[in-house]
Design a protein around this ligand. Sequence first.
Ligand code: VGL
Ligand code: ZN
Length: 219
Amino acid sequence: MANKWGVIIIDVQGDFTKWKQGSLAVPGTNESYVKSAEAAAQQLKELGVPVFGTQDWHPPDHVSFATTHPGKKPFEKITIDGKEQALWPPHCIQGTENARVLIDNNLFLAIVKMSQDPAVENYSAFKDGKGVKTEMDTVLRINGIKKVVLYGIATEYCVSATALDLITANYETTVIEGLCRCVSADNATAAIDEMRTRGIRVVTSLEDIIEEIRRDISG
Ligand code: VGL
Ligand code: ZN
C-alpha cells in the first residue's frame, strides 16, 4: 500500500506571498515560509508520497475582485444571490507572473487549477463553485490514496474548504497548521475548530506525523 498517503499543497502562489509582493499577500509568507513548504513536499516525496498542488487561477473579471464591482473596495463583503461574497484585490490572474506556483513544479504529480469560472467564487480544490468535482478526486483515486495531508494558503479559505470536502468524501484528512498561513488569525482559529469538529486532524508540523507515514508505507 505504498501510495496510501498523498499530500496536497494549496495555492502557494506569488500573489499570496510577501516574498513576491503579492496583491493579496498573507502575513508570514516570506521566502523562508515558501522554502519550508517546499522542503516538506520534498521530504514526503522522498518517502514515496505523491505530491499534488492547487493553483488559484482567475479570469481578469472574476466575481471576487473588488474591481469587478464599481465603488467597492477590497476586503468589503457584498451579497450575491443571497450569498456573502468577500471582495479581494485582483489576484492569481490566469497567465500572470504572480499566479505561478512558487514551489518547484517538478515535485508535483499534478497541479489542479481552481476558481476559473468568472461568475462563481470557489475556495475548494475538490469541487468547483457549482458543486461539480474537479479532477482532484480522480487523481487521488488513480494513485490509491486514502489518507491526505494538506497545507498552504489560506487556512480559513482554500485550505479549510478543501479539507472539509476531502473528509466529506471519506479521505482521512490531516492539516499541518504550522505550514499554513491565514488572512485573519481569528477566522483561522474558527476554521480550525470547525475542521476538528468535522473529524479532520490538525497537527503542528510534519514531524508530528512523519513516523506514522513512514510506518504505514513500509508496513
Ligand atoms: C484564497 C482568497 C481568495 C485562498 C483564494 O487560496 O485561500 N483566498 N482566493
Ligand atoms: Zn482567489
